[in-house]
Design a protein around this ligand. Structure first.
Ligand SMILES: [Zn+2]
Length: 128
């Protein structure tokens, strides 16, 4: 697959259309594909920064297979540390991936916990 931003966006939009249509084919998820990318290397067309939430499996959400999406998962999907930023930089610099998608979802437990913690800290600072 040619790596350019327009093609990558088109692939993600196509995925959205497939999802809206309710037709799922789950491409490139069999042993043959796994063996091909293991020996031939990965050529993902998009990087997705996603939450670690088990209800948000990136390849399944975007209807993509093995080796097609470079996934960075962290609770709350925030790029707050060098591990996450370094992974994103690797995707761009070494894999030449032209598209970064930040994937949110409803019911963010990690974000709610962070906000609760922040509010508790602020209350403690202001009210003692
Ligand atoms: Zn989450």
């Amino acid at each position: 697959m040619k790596k350019n931003t327009a093609a990558a966006i088109s692939m993600m939009l196509l995925v959205t259309c497939v999802m809206v249509g309710g037709v799922f084919i789950y491409p490139n998820q069999r042993a043959a594909r796994r063996n091909a990318v293991a020996s031939g290397g990965q050529m993902p067309f998009a990087t997705v920064l996603a939450c670690s939430d088990s209800r948000a499996p990136v390849e399944l959400i975007f209807e993509r297979g093995i080796g097609e999406i470079f996934v960075i998962r962290v609770a709350g999907n925030m790029a707050m540390n060098s591990d996450v930023v370094g992974s994103a930089e690797y995707a761009v610099e070494h894999l030449g991936i032209p598209l970064l998608v930040i994937l949110g979802h409803t019911g963010w437990g990690a974000v709610k916990a962070a906000i609760r913690g922040l509010c508790a800290r602020l209350r403690s600072l202001w009210l003692g």
